[in-house]
Ligand binder design. Structure first.
Ligand SMILES: Nc1ncnc2c1ncn2[C@@H]1O[C@H](COP(=O)(O)OP(=O)(O)OP(=O)(O)O)[C@@H](O)[C@H]1O
Length: 273
């Protein structure tokens, strides 16, 4: 890890530090589809993917958001980013209503999907970052400072000028993490950031995220199947199943109750993970 400190934030958080940076009350998402009912008739079928979730996350928290396949984790994150509109409930992120203030909120959040890249596939990694600078209107000095920092912290130098399609999974993930952070977001959602990485890359990504959280107070909501990610990073765990919160508390309390590995294995193995 680099010895130099992370750069200060470009702008102060919009809320006083005591306000939750994520506040969800009764957050619900119902998907409706049309299913065949008899030979000619089709009827509407509702499926509740997220069921009245209450979630308060304070600035600077690093929360593990875990649950089996289909539990509703991605649906929750899509509502928190403004991609999906909740069916009911109230939601505020960094002081904004994600649906109404989606563009403003985009400047305050970063998202990493482990299974998908947000980078431009055929462009050199560096060019993706330059495009993001324009998209987020990051001041040139700030952009240069942040890019220099992340290049050193995540060791991007050797492949900064290579097209993204030529990068290994670990290199691409480090690029995606940088892309999510260049605009100094207050909240970062990480969906399986260590999936498929080798042991060394996993360790590097975890160390980096912990350092980021400690030094800058960036709030992190982390979805993972990896017990080590939870053990090394998360002080708090929120577990969901069938769209409902089944546990919300400290990692210590969860560990005191039961063996963490067993808890996570049971949670995920139920649906054949
Ligand atoms: N657009 C959609 N229309 C209908 N149902 C959907 C839609 N998106 C998700 N679902 C359903 O909602 C439920 C929750 O899905 P979601 O992707 O949030 O789960 P998840 O916890 O992120 O699972 P995973 O760990 O597999 O990513 C699933 O049963 C899924 O099939």
């Amino acid at each position: 890890m680099p010895s130099q400190p992370l750069p200060d934030r470009a702008e102060p958080p919009t809320n006083p530090p005591t306000d939750p940076v994520i506040l969800a009350e009764g957050l619900t998402k119902v998907f409706s589809s049309r299913a065949r009912a008899g030979r000619l008739r089709r009827e509407r079928v509702d499926f509740t993917a997220v069921d009245a979730i209450d979630l308060r996350v304070a600035p600077g928290e690093l929360v593990g958001y875990i649950g089996p396949n289909g539990a509703g984790k991605s649906t929750t994150i899509k509502m928190l980013t403004g991609i999906l509109t909740p069916s009911s409930g109230t939601l505020r992120v960094a002081g904004y209503d994600p649906q109404r203030d989606r563009v403003k909120l985009a400047r305050r959040i970063g998202v990493v999907f482990g299974q998908r890249t947000t980078l431009w596939w055929d462009l050199p990694l560096r060019d993706s970052f330059t495009l993001l600078q324009r998209l987020y209107r990051i001041p040139p000095a700030r952009f240069a400072e942040n890019l220099a920092f992340y290049t050193e912290a995540l060791d991007l130098g050797p492949f900064l000028d290579r097209p993204v399609r030529q990068l290994s999974l670990g290199q691409r993930m480090r690029g995606d993490i940088t892309a999510a952070l260049l605009h100094d977001p207050a909240v970062v959602y990480l969906d399986e950031p260590t999936i498929g990485l080798d042991v060394v890359s996993k360790h590097a990504v975890r160390e980096f995220l912990r350092d980021l959280n400690l030094r800058t107070g960036t709030t992190i909501l982390l979805t993972t199947h990896d017990v080590d990610d939870i053990e090394r990073l998360c002080s708090r765990v929120v577990a969901i199943d069938h769209g409902r919160v089944t546990y919300d508390g400290s990692l210590e309390a969860l560990r005191a109750e039961r063996d963490l590995e067993t808890v996570v294995r049971e949670l995920y193995s139920r649906q054949g993970v």
